[in-house]
Design a protein around this ligand. Structure first.
Ligand code: DP6
Length: 363
């Protein structure tokens, strides 16, 4: 069912040629989105830290067509190289959003995109990539409709990003974003991400995320296949309820700053995500031996030092090491002495909480 509030209604597309350039970061979920219904509606609410250094920069060049057709006309370049294999995904995105931004049919595009992280790092670029492109399209809309409010602009950018990739809707703002209706978090919606609206204790500000690249290969399970595994999954209903409950726990944790409780929720969510994959049909193990080696080292280190280090995982083998900023020095020393050996080519990426997508130019 379409969402009328986000349908663009003005038809005089007076823009001729132009470009808009935006950057958008990746995000890392604390409570995971895993399972969706039709039209990119999540099966459960999720919440994430917005990142800062892992980001996509996209320039959308547009040129008005004399004779628009029903086909979308565009070329896409990644780091300056033509990337025809991205076309089906972008085409599917345009098809999903065209009813909300019908003007997109009237232009042809050159899309230039680049990631701050290596394409083959195993870091998903769909959250940063789709949110950057959605923001570019909203910049076109705003140029045609300058009166739209900031709230409408951000919500619709997130709404469009969601139609490209669910987790992308959590990248527009920061530093903590919820997506999916939750009864105790005001303003949450299945349709777009919203900034976490309540108090966050100092202990949880400026969190660090060091991403250990255990396996830089292509994703073994695409997100579409992955989410579909939750249909008819024997534990699905309990899992969806658990996500609601974990969000309730996080509300209290964000307020109190209790990091022991934070670690328990975050690590349990990561392992549950993988447990869902291991117990679905077909089943998958996306962790690698070094994923487990790292987890065990983190647990040993935490026990020995009382550190607040913890880990989370996305749908792959890489490990996100999360920790408060005031432990940065010791934890980086630990990573360098004990964990880099488990990373492919000793490769890791240091990131920190950020504040979302940005417009870089629009003319
Ligand atoms: C495990 O957002 O990549 O990272 O909506 O099909 O594009 P699509 O899925 P995607 O799924 C991400 C799942 C996750 C958990 C999360 O980010 O919440």
């Amino acid at each position: 069912m379409p969402t009328p509030a986000f349908i663009f209604t003005n038809n005089d597309t007076f823009l001729e040629n132009g470009l808009t350039k935006c950057e958008s970061p990746s995000n890392i979920a604390l409570v995971k989105y895993w399972g969706k219904k039709e039209h990119q509606i999540p099966a459960n609410p999720s919440i994430s830290f917005t990142l800062s250094n892992c980001k996509t920069t996209t320039t959308l060049h547009y040129k008005k067509l004399a004779n628009p057709t029903n086909e979308f006309q565009f070329e896409i370049y990644l780091e300056g190289n033509k990337q025809d294999d991205f076309k089906p995904k972008i085409n599917a995105f345009f098809k999903r959003i065209v009813q909300y931004v019908p003007f997109i049919k009237n232009y042809k595009y050159k899309i230039e995109t680049s990631n701050s992280f290596p394409h083959s790092s195993g870091i998903a670029s769909s959250a940063s990539g789709m949110s950057a492109l959605a923001l570019c399209i909203m910049n076109m809309e705003k140029t045609m409709h300058p009166e739209i409010t900031e709230t409408y602009f951000t919500q619709k950018a997130s709404f469009l990003a969601r139609l490209g990739s669910g987790s992308a809707c959590r990248s527009l703002e920061g530093d903590i974003v919820c997506w999916g209706a939750h009864k105790n978090i005001v303003g949450t919606s299945d349709l777009f991400g919203t900034k976490y609206p309540y108090e966050v204790h100092e202990n949880l500000k400026n969190y660090q995320d060091t991403i250990l690249l255990v396996d830089k290969g292509e994703k073994q399970v695409s997100s579409t296949v992955g989410h579909n595994l939750m249909h008819n999954h024997p534990y699905a209903q309990n899992r969806f309820q658990q996500a609601h409950d974990n969000l309730d726990k996080l509300i209290a944790i964000f307020k109190s700053g209790n990091l022991t409780d934070f670690i328990e929720v975050v690590e349990s969510e990561a392992l549950t995500l993988h447990a869902m994959m291991m117990t679905s049909l077909p089943y998958f193990i996306l962790m690698k031996p070094n994923t487990l080696n790292i987890i065990n080292e983190i647990w040993k280190y935490r026990q020995k030092t009382n550190s607040n280090i913890c880990f989370t995982l996305d749908a792959g083998a890489n490990v996100h090491v999360l920790y408060p900023e005031n432990e940065k020095e010791q934890i980086l020393a630990f990573i360098n002495s004990k964990l880099v050996g488990y990373c492919q080519n000793e490769h890791y990426i240091c990131d920190t909480l950020g504040f979302g997508a940005k417009q870089l130019s629009n003319n």
